[in-house]
Design a protein around this ligand. Structure first.
Ligand code: PMP
Length: 448
């Protein structure tokens, strides 16, 4: 269990990290025996918690039968079953395609949309409008629709930087409009962008129904969703919902968009789909989209590890456990408790504001001045300090500096959906200690 001083393995961060030893439920232990609460469910993916025996046993059984069968040669039962079980939960989106992760799922959505345009005699439609800020993945195609001023510029010539409209960061606006009016105003920006780009060239609009990595659980006003669908229909543009983070119960509904009765044409899924037990992602689309593509000769896509039997067996068991343990209802109920607790922390630490979220995807912003919406100075590195101070105390939180659009530091609290009321108390105790330390270090105000 020794950590090499200069390991061969490298990651996107150079910061040294402890070696993980084991994990159970919402807890993880490193090789020194230190315990952490997984307050971010890994990358907001370990929805059913660590060490679930039912999932592990289902995967073992599948490995004993067959671990791999190439999709060109064979169907496999776990993939057929998981597609059926997903379709049953996704009315109108009953054609399913499996990949190995979230970026791959988004890539597959973009390619399916493009092939649909060709198959339906609209070959000039190719632009996919995204939002700034947003996160849709790290591959060249998914970065092309991602709004991030740091991650994307180096690769723009290699892929294609797609048009972006502002994400509906309604809590940052200081106008006299109501939230619903702001929602409509942000949605109208899609129509303006379509008209500026030329409606005949626009293929789709992609959005996270509830913001994730870039906007920390940003919940748009109700008016946003209906207006976006209306605009897409008006111009014959496909609506892609990226539900990689919000899907499979995370927000207290099966899909994030279900809170508003959204009817996207294509949806990407990953993360909670296998809850971290195996790399797995999926797209779900309506027959209206998939039918013409298959009729024209098929989806020009496929990864070696697509529809992997062991990963799909994990996904099937995760869905079954989600139902058996009532995790979607628990996410909704515990999410309310968590948000109320975060509001309490905001009263104690006034630099923490704009608490939001749905279910167990909750977030907040850090401000120098929460009323005037003045961000903390960039050089304070508040997001990194927050993560580190929490980590020292045995709590894992997700925090980022938003890069693109109005700058700010934000953070998310998104524990596994199995979390109990007592465990939320434990998380909040550690988060309170962390914010106390952050306030002392950065000289931020505290109400005692
Ligand atoms: N889309 C969204 C909405 C995400 O949150 C993420 C991951 N944070 C991705 C796509 C990319 O998923 P992955 O990291 O599995 O490639």
């Amino acid at each position: 269990m020794n950590v090499q001083t200069k390991p061969n393995l490298f990651h996107f961060t150079r910061a040294p990290r402890p070696l993980i030893d084991r994990a159970d439920g919402i807890y993880m232990w490193d090789a020194t025996g230190k315990r952490y609460i997984d307050g971010s469910s890994g990358a907001v993916n370990v929805n059913i918690g660590h060490g679930n025996r039912t999932v592990i046993d289902a995967m073992k059984r599948q490995m004993d039968r067959v671990s791999f069968a190439y999709t060109i040669h064979f169907e496999n039962q776990p993939a057929l079953d998981l597609a059926r079980d997903l379709a049953a939960r996704l009315p109108g989106l009953d054609r399913i395609y499996f990949v190995s992760g979230g970026s791959e799922a988004v890539e597959a959505c973009l390619k399916l949309a493009r092939q649909w345009a060709i198959a339906t005699g609209q070959p000039n439609r190719w632009k996919i409008i995204g939002r700034m800020p947003s996160y849709h993945g790290i591959t060249i195609g998914s970065l092309g629709v991602t709004g991030d001023a740091v991650l994307t510029p180096a690769f723009e010539q290699m892929g294609h930087a797609m048009p972006l409209i502002p994400a509906p960061v309604v809590h940052r606006d200081r106008d006299n409009l109501s939230l619903e009016q702001r929602g409509t105003r942000y949605a109208d920006m899609l129509e303006e962008k379509i008209l500026a780009e030329g409606p005949e060239s626009v293929l789709a609009f992609i959005m996270e129904p509830i913001g994730g990595a870039a906007t920390a659980a940003l919940v748009p006003p109700d008016s946003y969703f209906s207006r976006i669908r209306e605009i897409c229909d008006k111009y014959g543009i496909l609506l892609i919902h990226d539900e990689v983070m919000t899907g499979i119960g995370r927000t207290g509904a099966f899909l994030g968009g279900d809170h508003w009765g959204c009817k996207p044409d294509i949806v990407s899924l990953s993360k909670g789909l296998s809850s971290g037990y195996a790399p797995l992602g999926a797209l779900a689309a309506s027959e209206r989209i998939v039918g013409p593509v298959l009729a024209m000769g098929g989806f020009l896509h496929g990864h070696t590890y697509g529809a992997n039997p062991v990963a799909c067996a994990a996904g099937g068991a995760v869905l079954a456990e989600t139902d058996r343990l009532g995790l979607i209802d628990n996410a909704a109920a515990m999410g309310e408790v968590l948000k109320a607790e975060l509001e309490g922390l905001s009263a104690r630490f006034p630099f923490v504001a704009d608490i939001r979220g749905k279910g167990l995807l909750t977030g907040a912003e850090l401000y120098a001045d929460p009323v005037a919406k003045v961000p903390l100075p960039r050089e304070l590195n508040a997001n990194v300090r927050l993560i580190d101070l929490a980590f020292e105390r045995g709590l894992i939180v997700y925090s980022r500096r938003v890069k693109g659009g109005p700058e700010s530091d934000n953070f998310m609290v998104a524990p596994p959906l199995i979390v109990t009321r007592e465990q939320i108390g434990e998380i909040m105790g550690l988060l309170g200690d962390t914010l106390e330390a952050l306030a002392a270090e950065l000289d931020l105000p505290v109400n005692h």
